[in-house]
Design a protein around this ligand. Structure first.
Ligand code: C2E
Ligand code: MG
Ligand code: MG
Ligand code: MG
Length: 284
């Protein structure tokens, strides 16, 4: 009888709501085990200096590989991780994994800059700077090999927690980049409060370089502003030679995108490096 009542309850939901709710429940309960069961992987997408197309770094991007081989993209499970608080242990794992790989690259003679993404949730809780210091020390990685990417919304947060954390990271020598720059808030006042090393020009403006929209004008404005504020620029989502050429003419410093390399498992990235002479100047 209890079983029948359970079945009957489902009829209060519409089919779509029911499907979305059950997908979410599936994600929640399985994400809890993904970390413990080693189902998370950090893939690496190469980043290049426009000048000479020299490999200078990589962005670590999270992947969830299920035991049945299916891959769940971060866009699907990061929001669930943020809502459930699981982003704390997952984010800490990403930080440790990035440092472990950076150390391995150093040992192989490749001092590359490894960037990872931080969620706003990670910055609003105490202890992030301590965890960064812990992992750098655990793997003996110099702070200058690590870059943290945050979105504009994080920097709009005027709390002492966020500014205190950034001050400490800055003191340690960790680099800070603003991800998806230009898609968030219209106020740039936070650029006065936080010293930022790099602006990552959002892919939408890169696409706009060649599709006849105003994306090119926006990319140009971002590059000009970054230059006068002594920040570097990296264009995301560069897929064509035409886009690369346009960005080079505008004076963009670095690029990342399918044109020069997709995100790949670490072992593939090591093989990728072997095909591109990485130079010791990569990290200053
Ligand atoms: P993001 O940090 O802006 O990362 C760039 C996204 O663009 C990645 O998607 C990458 O695979 C994709 N991409 C790179 N080059 C190209 C290109 O040429 N064309 C196109 N169409 N796409 C390109 P991905 O890996 O699915 O990640 C999506 C987002 O998930 C990331 O956006 C980031 O916000 C978030 N994310 C990924 N890993 C982590 C993580 O470890 N922690 C947190 N908090 N968020 C993460
Ligand atoms: Mg990113
Ligand atoms: Mg981005
Ligand atoms: Mg993004």
């Amino acid at each position: 009888a209890a079983k029948e009542a359970g079945r009957a309850n489902h009829q209060f939901f519409t089919p779509e709501l029911n499907k979305r709710a059950s997908e979410r429940m599936w994600l929640e309960s399985n994400l809890r085990h993904a970390l413990a069961d080693n189902e998370l992987e950090l893939h690496f997408q190469p980043q290049f200096a426009v000048d000479g197309r020299r490999l200078v770094g990589a962005e670590g991007l999270l992947r969830w590989r299920r035991r049945d081989g299916t891959m769940i993209p971060p866009g699907q499970f990061i929001p669930v991780a943020e809502d459930t608080g699981l982003i704390q242990p997952i984010g800490d794992w990403v930080l440790g994994e990035a440092c472990r790989r950076a150390a391995d690259l150093l040992a192989r003679g490749h001092p590359l800059l490894i960037a990872i993404n931080l969620s706003a949730v990670q910055l609003r809780r105490p202890g992030l700077a301590d965890r960064v210091a812990f992992w750098l020390d655990a793997y003996k990685v110099p702070a200058r090999c690590l870059e943290l990417e945050v979105t504009e919304s994080v920097l709009m947060d005027e709390s002492d927690m966020v500014s205190g954390t950034f001050a400490r990271l800055r003191e340690m020598g960790v680099a800070l980049a603003i991800d998806d720059f230009g898609t968030g808030y219209s106020s740039l006042s936070y650029l006065k409060r936080f010293r930022v090393d790099k602006l990552k020009i959002d892919r939408s403006f890169v696409t706009g370089l060649t599709d006849g929209s105003d994306g090119g004008a926006i990319a140009e404005a971002i590059i000009g502003m970054a230059r006068s504020l002594r920040m570097q620029t990296l264009a995301e989502g560069v897929e064509t030679e035409e886009q690369f050429g346009g960005l080079a003419r505008l004076g963009c410093d670095q690029i990342q995108g399918y044109l020069l390399g997709r995100p790949m498992p670490y072992d593939d990235f090591v093989a990728f490096i072997a095909r591109h002479a990485a130079t010791p100047e990569a990290v200053g």
